[in-house]
Design a protein around this ligand. Structure first.
Ligand SMILES: [Ca+2]
Length: 287
């Protein structure tokens, strides 16, 4: 490569990043929810991670690859799966927009095909004993422990999604539970959740459909169906689609604490990914 070509390529890279950085800043001014989960330092870190993804796309372009074909507003990918399918394999933080509205940052797990992580607990540093507003808007750090927030989870899952629970038990053994159908509805429904056992795969018995069609509860919003108990407050204070009270799970409960009546977890991760088909599969017949 001649010096001239190298200079032109570097100039092109700088121009592209300048354009993308400006776009990100402009969008952040318009979208207050983008900033809700992050301190200033965390935001700078997240933006740099997002730029890493953009850099990989530019490198592909310079090497004769195809132009990125993200489908949503102003070039933001719909989710981690779309980033993965465009050739990126680097796990980390990326900006996405699942519905063309304000983009936000997520942690992408790229080891199994591009999963968008919606909850993560790894060390107990983040308090999950939170009120309704925190569970709606999200809390923690997407580079560490966090709950992404019901509004964003709704935006991610309303078109159809799968969910995968990666679980580390109290005795350090691991389990998983993978559902083909998972949807969280909007605020007007109190973020009602639907999950289906059709196609279930897991190392544990199928438990999550116990919570099918439940609305979300926090310690200050008792929306469970238990007439006398506040399931959330009585089981560690973590928000969930409580029923009367839970099977799977208390994944937002007290970190590392063995609790009665449910799955014992110290680490759990939920993912979102587009389902192989958008239509809801038929319910499995039970007798
Ligand atoms: Ca109750």
């Amino acid at each position: 490569m001649t010096y001239f070509k190298m200079f032109m390529n570097i100039f092109y890279l700088l121009a592209f990043f300048s354009q993308q950085w400006g776009l990100t800043l402009a969008l952040n001014f318009q979208c207050s929810d983008v900033n809700s989960m992050h301190s200033n330092n965390q935001e700078v870190s997240s933006r740099l991670r997002a730029l890493e993804e953009q850099m990989l796309q530019v490198q592909s372009l310079l090497q004769g690859g195809t132009r990125p074909s993200y489908t949503t507003v102003q070039g933001y990918p719909e989710d981690c799966e779309e980033i993965y399918k465009n050739g990126t394999r680097v796990e980390g933080i990326y900006a996405i927009s699942p519905d063309g509205r304000c983009p936000f940052f997520v942690h992408c797990d790229m080891t199994n095909g591009g999963w968008t992580v919606i909850q993560r607990r790894i060390n107990g540093n983040v308090n999950f004993f939170r009120d309704w507003d925190d569970y709606v808007h999200g809390f923690g750090d997407v580079d560490g422990e966090f709950w992404l927030g019901l509004q964003k989870i709704h935006r991610l899952t309303q078109g159809g999604s799968q969910i995968y629970f990666g679980i580390t038990n109290y005795d350090d053994t691991t389990d998983f539970a993978h559902y083909q159908t998972f949807t969280v509805h909007g605020a007007a429904t109190k973020y009602r959740m639907n999950v289906d056992a059709y196609g279930y795969q897991g190392s544990i018995n199928e438990l999550f459909t116990f919570h099918d069609n439940m609305v979300f509860s926090t310690y200050d919003r008792d929306n469970d169906v238990h007439a006398t108990a506040n399931c959330c407050a009585d089981h560690g204070g973590g928000g969930w689609w409580w029923k009367n009270c839970y099977k799977l799970g208390n994944v937002n409960g007290i970190y590392g604490k063995m609790t009665s009546g449910g799955l014992v977890t110290v680490t759990s991760t939920l993912h979102r990914k587009n389902g192989p088909e958008k239509r809801r599969p038929p319910r499995r017949r039970v007798g």
